[in-house]
Unconditional design. Structure first.
Length: 302
């Protein structure tokens, strides 16, 4: 396992151009020369920098933040030397001129440079604590709503529902009637639906719950596409938003995605772009506070 992790990290290091300098990369870029005094090895006159070694260490740590992987430094250098030898042989055999290899080099270079530009952009335009808090307040304001705790009894016909309401009027226990008559998945738990927001339920059902007072049940059957319901509203409360510190990382990433998307749109306006393939549409990368918080509530089909 350790060897595989080291190999993967070294692959990233080589692709990112952290190997020995002096060889021209694709699309006209060249690597800065490396001072031999800063090298950890020299392979056929080509130095491998300590920076490359530190990059590999950082990649291993980032890939396994919770794992204790202690790879001896000499083993990492040995792997870097092996990679350098293979790279030199590939160049000697003119493999970079092969179309498939050249395409992979260009793709990798584009990916590495685009990631580097994003990191540089955020260094120059950091997301502040005030921006994160403002976004949190905006999301909290948009999600303020009531939650309800309810039970229901689902049956196939209106007549069955009316008969159940008569039994409730005579003092029968709602949960016991749900266990006996309900055809919904929540029957085993006495029709318990837990806490939910109205948006999680089909409208006739949610409208009926909102119209009730805590402790009341519907005096008329409620019809939905699932059948006929008798509903007991047990409790209600204002939905509690997740704490700021809990969702702060997600909100920061949300803001960063928004910022970089705005930056890309600005770059597009200044660029000469010709799209030569059919547009396929784009998907939004935005997240929201609800996804960053608690799991969703149950649906009316229970």
């Amino acid at each position: 396992m350790k060897k595989t992790l080291v190999f993967s990290a070294l692959s990233l290091a080589v692709m990112a151009g952290c190997n020995a300098g002096g060889n021209k990369a694709s699309e006209g870029l060249s690597l800065a020369p490396i001072d031999e005094k800063e090298a950890v090895a020299i392979v056929n006159g080509h130095p491998i920098s300590r920076e490359a070694l530190e990059y590999v260490k950082a990649e291993i740590a980032r890939g396994n933040p919770n794992a204790k992987i202690n790879v001896p430094e000499e083993k990492l250098v040995e792997e870097l030397v092996s990679r350098e030898l293979l790279k030199q042989e590939a160049i000697q055999n003119q493999l970079p001129k092969q179309p498939e290899v050249a395409t992979r080099i260009r793709y990798t270079q584009r990916a590495v440079l685009s990631q580097a530009d994003v990191q540089d952009y955020f260094k120059k335009h950091p997301v502040s604590e005030e921006q994160i808090k403002a976004k949190y307040d905006q999301l909290v304001g948009s999600m303020k709503q009531s939650e309800f705790k309810a039970r229901h009894i689902l049956v196939k016909t209106k007549e069955e529902a009316e008969d159940i309401i008569k039994q409730l009027d005579s003092g029968k226990d709602f949960a016991e009637l749900a266990k006996k008559y309900s055809i919904g998945p929540s029957a085993k738990s006495g029709g318990d639906l837990g806490w939910f927001t109205p948006q999680k339920m089909v409208q006739p059902f949610s409208n009926a719950v909102i119209a009730l007072q805590n402790g009341e049940y519907t005096k008329e059957p409620v019809q939905t596409r699932f059948g006929w319901h008798v509903i007991l509203r047990e409790d209600s409360r204002e939905k509690t938003p997740p704490p700021f510190e809990r969702v702060k990382p997600q909100i920061e990433q949300m803001l960063k995605r928004e910022l970089i998307q705005q930056h890309i749109e600005e770059l597009k306006k200044k660029a000469d772009i010709k799209l030569l393939t059919a547009a396929t549409g784009t998907a939004s990368a935005a997240s929201d506070l609800t996804k960053a918080a608690s799991p969703s509530s149950p649906t009316a089909g229970k």
